[in-house]
Every structure is written in C-alpha cells, then in structure tokens.
Design a protein around this ligand. Structure first.
Ligand SMILES: *Cc1c(COP(=O)(O)O)cnc(C)c1O
Length: 475
C-alpha cells in the first residue's frame, strides 16, 4: 500500500470537521455556505499536498491530519472569505490621490448625502416644483456654472468618458489638432490617440515632443478641421527647452478660423494652489475665462469628490452633448450626483472647502502639524518595535493621481528600521496588507515609512493596533 493512499484515507470528512468547536462557533454567525466551502477547500488542499508528495515522502507522519488542525485552518479561511472584497483601508503612503487606493476619500457632507439618497426615494428625475418629470442633469449644472463661470455643464461617468463624448459630439468624422507634446497616456488605459480614434475624430499631430507653436496649429487647419484639443500633461513634466501655446492664444486662433477649442484639464482644480504655497495648476475658471469652448475634468482627483467626468462650456455645445445617444451610456447615477453636489457645495465657502474636503486638508496640512503627528506615531511604534529602531525623518509626500506630477510636499515620516534577524520586511508588509483594516505604506529597503499626511487622525490608534498584531504574530 502506498503511503499516500494511507494518508488519504486518514483525511477527516467534511461532517467530522464541522463538529469541531471552532467551526461550530463560526456557523452561528457566518453563512453555512462560506464555512462549508472553506472546509472543502482545506480538505482538497491537503489531498493535493499528499498526492503531490507521492513517491517522494517516506515520512507519512509529516502530515498532521487531526480534525482539530484542519478545522483551525478551515476557520481562518472561512473568516477570510467572509470579509468583503472591496473594503476600507489605511493609506500611510502619503500619496493623496492614489488611483489604486480609490482616489479621493469623500468629505463627510458627501457621505451623509450618499446615506440619505441611498436609503430613500428621491427626486432624481422629478421636478418638485412642477410635479412633472425632471432631468437628472439639473441638480448639478447651476452649481458647477456658479463655481466655474461657465455657461453650461454636464456630468458624466468619468473624465475619459467626458473627453470621448466631447470629441464624438463635435468632431466625429473630422480632424482634431493636437500638439505632439500632449499625446499623453494616463493610468495605462487612457491614451489620447486611442480615445480619439474611438470617438470617430481624426487626429492631426502638430509640433514636436518638446515644442509646439501657434503657427503649427494654424498650418494644420483645413476645411475638414473641427477643433483644437489641448491636454493637460497631468502625470509628467518636461524640463529644458519647451514651448506650448496657452489656452487664450489657442482659443483666439480657433475663433478666428471658426473652430472649437476643447481642453482636457485632467484634475479639475477650483482653488488657487499658489495661494497655499503649492505649485501652479490651471483652474477650471481660468480656462473658462480664456475662452475654451469645452473643458473636461475628473470629479475624484483634485476636486476631491466622487468619480465623475465634468464638461463645462458653451451652452449650445453642452446641449448637443446632452442629446447625444452616447450620453446615456455614460450617465451618472444618483449616488454620484448626491456626493458631487455635496462636495461642490463646500466650495461655495473656500475656508470650508479647505477644512472639510479631505484632499484639500491633506494638500494644505502644515509641516508643524505633520511633525507632531509623526512624533506621536513614532511613540506608538516604539512600544511595538523598541525605541532604538524608530525615528522621525523629513521627507516629501506626493499628490499622485495624474495631478501635480513634480510637486513635492514637505512632510515628516515615522520610520521603523527592521532588525536583520527579525521578520523579513516584505513579510511584514504583506501581513499589514491583510490586516483589519489593511495598512498600505512605503517600504524603503528594510525601513517601514508611515506618512501622517494621508492618515485620518482617528485612524492612528487602529494603525498601531494592526502593526502591533502583524509584528507579534511571527508565523
Ligand atoms: C486622469 C485624467 C484623465 C482620465 O480621467 P478619469 O476620470 O480617470 O477617467 C484624462 N485626462 C487627463 C489629462 C487626466 O489627468
């Protein structure tokens, strides 16, 4: 008889495992289906390990097949399966708009609005004035126009969709002129040449990678030209000898030729960054004032709201976009409208926007405050790792998310240098990722770095708890 045949026979059955106390307990609060799946998968993984070893192992005792051992493993697996796949986590990277981490966390006001709209009926497409059918687009337009100075606005699913629809509506089958310095790729899947091809517009490249002049645009104009497109290079920065045409000059040229100017602003900044010691970033209202016909931007980058693509501009153009068949495929739901309206309302009072929109609170956090918070974190971390391994170091935070690519915001980090003989840094980082909640941080060689800039104050105690637990369970 083969060793592994013997072992397989010894594997406990599903029903036997379910009788173990640890699993019986789980069954009182987890769906039976989840516990059952975990038990079956645990048994299957043992079966595989045993048959995988056939012929190589002379030591059947290496497998502990007692029901208690398997039940414990199955319980861990069941608990893991019971946690939602999409879940809240702690961002200690200092990267404020992190696309992988869900971009902008919403202000409290937006969360409240979401709660109320989610759980109740609402006037999404119903006019409370007339008692007749209304339009979902009306809830946001006035507010966006008020903040941006634009004539009209429409909100769509995301900025990629906004650029796509704007091009499709005004330039399908016709030419759109773009500087070679602005044929960008953002986030791996948004590429200007591709989005343009998909929209039906024909791309005409002008200028060179580093320099494009007004005369380049002018020379490209022919009877089939519909528009100029200006794209904000939001995730890279060119240094050296560069030349770009500004929005006002380009708008003027477009006007003289009876063409349109479309601008993809990327981030959607409504406040003057330089006022807060941050690098210049064009604001939506500056592009409106410069005479750009259609301007598109994201809702969840520097605006600090939910995912959305906002188009502002000329009334006749926006109204044509609204009645485009494709607008329906990109339309926003009641949750986006609720969260975006609440976020935008905060901008009506700049002080409020700075204090209550997390992205802006993080962007403008003072160095003194960050230092104090890093000191506090370091004190907590010292209790876990020992004071000699913990320090507070000056560093920089990044804005991230295709916004202010070169901006470095001075910050202070709590740093933990891991001892060589202890847990491997990668292992600890992995354990932090599976923490409850997960903690995401920077790892530099053997040093863990925690940036207080992206931590909410009420997360600091939880973070220390998760780190303590991860470090103490050595396995
Ligand atoms: C981020 C970005 C986009 C894509 O916006 P989404 O809202 O993610 O669809 C498009 N253009 C520019 C310039 C961007 O920065």
């Amino acid at each position: 008889m083969d060793d592994h045949q013997n072992l397989l026979r010894k594997l406990p059955a599903v029903d036997r495992l379910l009788q173990e106390e640890v699993l019986a307990n789980l069954l009182t609060f987890l769906p039976r289906r989840i516990v059952l799946e975990a038990v079956q998968e645990t048994i299957a993984s043992y079966r595989e390990a045993i048959t995988g070893r056939a012929g190589t192992s002379n030591n059947p005792e290496a497998f502990d097949l007692s029901p208690a051992v398997l039940a414990k493993e199955a319980a861990v697996l069941a608990e893991k399966k019971a946690v939602p796949n999409l879940r809240a986590l702690i961002n200690a990277t200092g990267i404020i708009i992190h696309t992988n981490l869900g971009r902008a966390p919403l202000p409290e006001a937006a969360v409240k609005a979401l709660n109320s709209i989610a759980a109740n009926y609402n006037n999404l497409e119903y006019s409370l004035d007339s008692g007749k059918r209304g339009s979902r687009h009306e809830h946001l337009e006035e507010l966006i126009c008020d903040l941006s100075g634009a004539e009209a606005a429409i909100v769509l699913n995301n900025n990629a969709g906004a650029v796509f629809l704007a091009l499709n509506d005004v330039a399908s089958g016709r030419e759109v002129v773009v500087s070679r310095g602005q044929l960008v790729e953002i986030g791996g899947s948004f590429r200007i040449p591709d989005i343009m091809a998909a929209s039906g517009a024909k791309l005409t490249e002008v200028g060179t990678t580093n320099k494009t002049y007004l005369r380049d645009y002018e020379a490209a104009v022919n009877e089939n030209t519909a528009a100029f497109l200006k794209v904000h290079a939001s995730n890279y920065h060119m240094v050296g000898f560069t030349a770009e045409v500004n929005a006002a000059e380009l708008a003027d040229l477009a006007y003289r030729h009876g063409l349109l100017l479309i601008e993809d602003l990327g981030s959607g900044v409504l406040l003057d960054l330089e006022k807060y010691g941050l690098p210049f970033e064009p604001r939506v209202q500056d592009s409106v004032a410069a005479g750009v016909d259609l301007i598109t931007f994201s809702g969840d980058k520097m605006l600090g709201g939910p995912q959305a693509g906002i188009i502002v501009g000329r009334k006749d153009l926006i109204s044509s976009i609204r009645s485009n068949q494709l607008a329906r495929t990109l339309r926003v739901d009641k949750f986006t409208i609720a969260a975006l309206e609440a976020t935008l309302r905060l901008y009506l009072d700049e002080e409020k926007a700075l204090q209550e929109i997390p992205v802006w609170r993080m962007l403008t956090a003072g160095e003194g405050v960050l230092k104090t918070r890093a000191d506090n974190l370091a004190r907590g971390l010292s209790k876990i790792f020992g004071a000699e391994k913990v320090s507070v170091v000056a560093s920089v935070s990044k804005v991230g998310g295709g916004a202010l690519p070169t901006a470095e915001l001075p910050t202070w980090l709590a740093a933990v240098k891991l001892p060589e003989e202890g847990m491997h840094p990668d292992k600890l980082v992995e354990k932090l990722r599976s923490g409850r909640p997960p903690v995401i941080l920077r790892l530099q060689h053997d040093t863990l770095l925690f940036d207080p800039r992206t931590l909410f104050e009420d997360q600091e105690a939880t973070l220390l708890e998760v780190v303590g637990k991860a470090y103490q369970t050595q396995s």
